[in-house]
Write a protein that binds this ligand. Structure first.
Ligand code: APR
Length: 254
């Protein structure tokens, strides 16, 4: 059931804070693979071999190769923010209250679309950090275990600035504070398989009494936890939903 126009009007009048969670599905129509769909990244790679701290110790070459490939993919001129990314940037600019966008994605498409109040809870593909010193820096190109750190000069410590399985997602305190205070929580393009992100809907519902909305290609693992849901491609659903929130659309979709 979509969010009713009278509820939207109340949220707008109250200048209700909005928290949005996005996942790989929002970048699918920009040409980036999701993880758990049939053609997804985890159908080709084993998580335990490329996305854990243990994997990086056991086989740093393979881990670097995996992230170098994905980093290069972001520089493909065909990979651009799509209508869903753009609509969320517009929502942030035009909604009368605060809008926090929390993404699980490590691509840079939300930033390129213009979102500013943005948390990359699983890190960023175009950044690296050093295990030997406190370097955290932009890194557009390839990385190898022999690459010396530009700050401390040591090799072997540079790693992608991404959160691997078994590691703590970033900026959780800020995220939970916003969830506990929001009037509307929107989850977009995520399968709801990975915690803590998959639990945000319950925090927003139980702690803030927020309206909760799922916009996804298909019902996620946590679909029944949402008050409202609409299913279809993000490039159609998200601009239409943003238009209804900002009162310039043709009404909510079925
Ligand atoms: N529009 C909307 N949703 C889509 C689209 C689309 N065009 N295409 C696919 N989806 C949906 C799928 O139906 C699926 O429910 O996006 C979801 C993608 O789910 P996952 O591949 O599991 O991606 P995500 O939920 O972001 O994964 C979470 O797991 O391994 C990791 O760290 C990685 O951040 C990632 C985390």
């Amino acid at each position: 059931m979509p969010l009713r126009p009278d509820l939207i009007e109340i949220l707008r009048d109250e200048k209700a804070p909005i928290v949005i969670l996005t996942g790989a599905g929002i970048s699918k129509e920009s040409g980036l693979h999701t993880f758990r769909d049939a053609d997804g990244i985890w159908a080709k790679y084993d998580i335990s071999e490329v996305a854990t701290p243990e994997a990086f110790i056991a086989n740093p070459d393979l881990v670097h190769h995996f992230y170098n490939d994905r980093r290069a993919g972001l520089h493909d001129p065909n990979v651009q923010p799509n209508a869903a990314h753009v609509a969320l940037a517009r929502l942030e600019a035009e909604w009368p209250g605060d809008v926090l966008l929390v993404t699980q994605n490590i691509d840079d498409l939300h930033g390129r679309a213009g979102s500013k109040n943005l948390i990359h809870m699983h890190g960023e593909l175009l950044k690296i950090r050093c295990n030997h010193c406190d370097l955290l820096t932009e890194w557009p190109g390839d990385l190898a275990k022999e690459t010396p750190c530009p700050a401390c000069g040591k090799a072997g410590g540079l790693r992608p600035h991404v959160v691997w399985f078994g590691e703590m997602p970033l900026e959780m305190e800020r995220i939970y504070a916003a969830l506990g205070d929001c009037g509307l929580f929107i989850s977009i393009g995520t399968s709801g398989n990975v915690y803590p992100a998959a639990g945000f809907v319950q925090v927003a519902h139980e702690e803030a009494g927020a309206e909760t909305v799922e916009l996804n290609l298909e019902p996620s693992s946590g679909a029944t936890l949402f008050d409202h849901s609409t299913y279809g491609p993000a490039t159609e659903l998200v601009p239409a939903f943003v238009a209804t929130l900002l009162e310039d659309g043709s009404g909510p979709r079925d």
